[in-house]
Design a protein around this ligand. Structure first.
Ligand code: G6P
Length: 364
């Protein structure tokens, strides 16, 4: 594809900067203020079907799998339906129990990833109901699914996904709100989430204005051989995606860990040469995250915090605008895309086409 780069030197940079506009598109025409819910006609799921769902299982690969992990948490929090995400290929090959009361959701930017498509086909063979959350209209997974949502991020050219990840997370927030409002989510909470969603585009734009600061930080960390990413609950999938992004574009080894598991292993690795990126939202786990940073500092580890206010335990903090707790992961991912981008740029990597990777993997 050769879309105009619009003055950016890479598609990744362009696509990172398109996110405020992209999020506006995934929201457009879907919010129903009268009933504090959303209209998602393409789901083909009426209120009775929605209420009958006992579990949600989300399948995807790579970045889409991580968006699915964030989505699973949103569905559990807002709709109180047990939900989890799994790599599509693992699911396919473990002869999983296919349950008629589970709603299956396949996530794919391209809609063509073979492992995801094959999982959808296997599920359908076993009589399951499968929705697709897809970017490319009319793609194989979109056609195969019983219904779903398009994320409307626009064409994504860079091999590593940025704006589609963000839009997929927003699509999940809409789905979680929709499922929640057919169950026990109150009008008041529905309103609260809608207000939070509406704030996202401006907050993304505000976040992107800090690019120069993130660029300076990236220069400081670019000589690291390895980096650790930590977070808890809502912050953990953010850490996983940030770690993947850094690996993909900069080729720096990175590992994500739940902050709560540090003492069960990774603390052994902490030394000045292994920097940690800590995802520290201002939520009920803030004190726990501070304690984890203290553990790292006590072992002379360097810390870059991504937080809603300056963190004194950290060497550097990137301050992200605060939204509703449930929506925080969406914004916290954005400076970490910039961090991966500027690290790769400082190292002279082939940002839009990292070695050994393909935009969509349409074979096994
Ligand atoms: C490839 C790409 C990843 C992407 C994954 C899933 O591995 O390199 O960036 O996350 O496929 O792609 P999909 O189109 O299904 O979201």
């Amino acid at each position: 594809a050769s879309y105009d780069m619009g003055g950016h030197d890479t598609y990744m940079h362009k696509e990172i900067h398109e996110q405020a506009e992209a999020v506006d598109r995934v929201l457009r025409g879907r919010i129903d203020d009268r009933f504090s819910t959303v209209h998602l006609g393409g789901l083909n799921l009426d209120a009775r079907d929605a209420r009958a769902v006992r579990r949600v299982k989300i399948l995807g690969c790579g970045t889409s799998y991580h968006a699915g992990q964030i989505g699973a948490q949103m569905i559990e929090e807002l709709a109180r339906i047990p939900a989890d995400a799994e790599p599509a290929s693992e699911f396919r090959y473990r002869n999983a129990v296919v349950d008629p009361d589970t709603l299956y959701i396949a996530v794919s930017q391209s809609g063509e990833t073979y492992d995801v498509l094959a999982a959808v086909q296997e599920l359908k063979r076993k009589g399951a109901r499968v929705l697709g959350i897809v970017n490319v209209v009319g793609s194989a997974i979109a056609r195969e699914a019983d219904g779903g949502m398009y994320v409307h991020a626009g064409p994504e050219v860079c091999v590593v996904s940025t704006k589609c990840f963000t839009n997929t997370c927003v699509a999940f927030a809409l789905l979680a709100l929709h499922l929640g409002r057919t169950r026990d989510l109150s009008v008041r909470d529905g309103k609260r989430i809608i207000e939070g969603l509406r704030k996202l585009p401006a907050q993304i734009a505000e976040m992107l204005e800090q690019e120069e600061d993130v660029k300076k930080l990236a220069a400081q960390y670019a000589d690291a051989r390895s980096m650790l990413f930590i977070g808890r609950v809502r912050g953990y999938p953010v850490a996983r995606e940030a770690s993947l992004k850094l690996k993909e574009v900069s080729y720096i080894h990175a590992e994500a860990y739940p902050a709560s598991e540090l003492k069960h292993g990774p603390l052994a690795l902490i030394e000045p040469a292994l920097p940690t990126v800590a995802i520290v939202p201002d939520d009920d786990l803030l004190e726990k995250n501070r304690a984890a940073m203290e553990e790292i500092k006590a072992r002379s580890g360097q810390i870059l915090a991504v937080a809603h206010r300056e963190q004194e335990k950290a060497d550097h903090t990137i301050v992200v605008p605060k939204n509703e707790d449930e929506l925080d992961p969406i914004l916290m991912g954005i400076p970490l895309q910039l961090l991966a981008y500027h690290t790769a740029l400082a190292l002279g990597r082939d940002i839009d086409k990292p070695r050994n990777l393909a935009k969509s993997v349409t074979v096994e």
